[in-house]
Design a protein around this ligand. Structure first.
Ligand code: AMP
Ligand code: ZN
Length: 489
């Protein structure tokens, strides 16, 4: 099978599917990170499960990656404006804690979710506040190059100096369409011009403030991503990711300032990938809207974190996905079924196409399924299709034992559901069934399954008989709309 299907990704720059060809021996990937002023909600985490799927796809193709996710602990103003208050400062005042405490606490919360969702850790998580010196140098170079102008409220990029400004967003600059969500700073020449530096206003004193050639103040939000990505991945790198909201403003401005800074006439980053929103009702799930659930809310309600991951991967990353408990229930049921059917552990390592193919041996049915998996991931990360192949692999009688193991392991390495280690009893949250041997567990799971069958067949006598048997084993069974769960007495 060789290297399989050519990896194709949808590039927001140009809005088309393109072959992905790495430009260096290590592919640099930068993902806009969380603003750590509150708990990340489930929608935020969609952005990182998506970036993780990309990581896994590149690994599958044998491409080495260096991944950077920044931590925005300064610069992101309320409502994405240039002149508003910093989100971190507002949170610190609200919670009566220091800005450092707020940043450390919510960075920890983000990292917990990253781990719980089985997201491969990034190689670096730079904090914006540690790069302010470099941001000032970056802005000074733009000023020296004539790309900026000063206002009492700070230093602004003159976007009329950027050829192709707004190409990513496909903004009609001639028509001066207002960039989403940007208010007017006094004296700004164009609606699209944006702040590199937000100077303190008379009578104002920011908590987070640095001295600069433009007076004491704080950096603009867009600046940090340009500076940190260039510092950690080099002047040009291959892939930049974020939620689709960033395509219209934040990334447009990152491109304008970075290309002005580099001045080499080359596109700064070659591929721009954006995930669609997780919706709550008909709206984008958003912190500011309130009521946006976070991972802990659903795990407290008994859902496994991997049920949420599975729910996300059941949709394509470029499709809007509506959050619902019905959707989560279905994902939890599928996860439970997957975990109970995979009795072929240990699974072999199959992180790359090459490894998976070699584990499949000469099994032609497995080779065909691996090819389907490869084709799906190469088609702009079509995870729903990989899930379908995984389900087939659990049933198809044509597969040899090793072939089935190889296909399951391959799908799992791309989906990141951690199936190799997931036991059905872990899917429903309840106290760990400690001290049971694998044989005992097997007996219990078999009885639970038989009882479900009996109940489905309305054979209540048999179902009760099995319940008694489980009772003798100290197992308590509870029936829920999602199936039966059990715990030890
Ligand atoms: P923030 O913490 O607000 O800076 O956002 C972190 C990431 O989450 C960014 O890439 C956003 O584009 C993304 N994001 C925010 N809301 C949603 C949503 N409802 N669905 C998917 N991604 C989102
Ligand atoms: Zn960014």
């Amino acid at each position: 099978m060789g290297t399989g299907h050519q990896l194709r990704l949808y590039n927001s720059l140009g809005r088309r599917l393109e072959d992905f060809v790495p430009s260096a021996s290590v592919t640099g990937v930068y993902s806009c990170g969380p603003t750590v002023y509150g708990f990340p909600h489930l929608g935020n985490m969609r952005a990182y499960v998506f970036a993780d799927t990309l990581r896994r796809a590149l690994r599958w193709k044998g491409i080495d990656v260096r991944h950077v996710i920044n931590i925005t602990d300064v610069g992101h103003a309320v409502a994405d404006t240039d002149t508003g208050e910093d989100k971190l400062e507002v949170a610190a005042a609200r919670e009566r804690r220091s800005v450092d405490d707020i940043a450390a606490f919510y960075t920890g919360a983000f990292m917990n979710d990253v781990e719980a969702l089985n997201i491969l850790p990034a190689h670096e998580y730079p904090r914006a506040s540690a790069f302010v010196g470099q941001m000032i140098e970056f802005a000074a170079k733009l000023e020296a190059g004539g790309f900026t102008y000063r206002l009492p409220s700070g230093l602004y990029v003159d976007t009329s100096k950027s050829p192709g400004y707004g190409a990513l967003a496909q903004i009609d600059v001639e028509g001066q369409r207002e960039a989403a969500g940007v208010e007017q700073a006094e004296g700004r020449r164009r609606k699209t011009d944006f702040a590199l530096w937000r100077a303190e206003q008379p009578g104002q004193r920011r908590v987070m403030r640095w001295d600069s050639p433009w007076g004491p103040g704080a950096p603009g939000w867009h600046l940090e991503c340009s500076v940190m990505s260039i510092a950690l991945l080099g002047p040009h790198f291959d892939i930049h990711t974020g939620g689709v909201d960033h395509r219209e403003l934040h990334h447009v401005n990152e491109i304008a300032q970075s290309e002005a800074y580099l001045g080499d006439g080359k596109p700064w980053v070659r591929y721009w990938l954006h995930n669609e929103f997780l919706q709550l009702g008909d709206e984008k799930m958003a912190k500011s809207a309130g009521g946006a659930p976070r991972l802990a809310d659903i795990t407290d309600a008994g859902y496994h974190p991997m049920a949420y991951r599975l729910f996300l991967l059941g949709g394509h990353y470029r499709s809007q996905l509506r959050f619902s408990t019905a959707g989560l229930d279905a994902a939890q049921a599928t996860l439970r079924r997957l975990a109970s059917r995979i009795q072929l552990r240990p699974l072999p390592p199959a992180e790359t196409l090459t490894a998976a193919v070699s584990h499949a041996g000469g099994d032609t049915a497995a080779a065909r399924m691996l090819d389907q998996i490869d084709e799906a991931i190469a088609s702009d990360l079509a995870t729903p299709r990989i899930l379908a192949v995984l389900q087939d692999a659990l049933r198809d009688p044509a597969l040899s034992l090793n072939g089935r193991r190889a296909v399951i392991a391959a799908a799992d390495s791309l989906l990141g559901l951690g199936l190799a280690a997931l036991q059905p009893r872990q899917v429903d949250s309840r106290p760990a069934a400690s001290g049971l041997s694998p044989e005992q567990l097997h007996v219990i799971e078999r009885l639970i399954a038989e009882r479900s069958q009996a109940r489905n067949a309305r054979d209540w006598a048999r179902a009760d008989e099995i319940r008694d048997e489980l009772d003798r084993l100290s197992v308590i069974v509870t029936d829920t709309p999602n199936g039966s769960i059990w715990e030890l007495r």
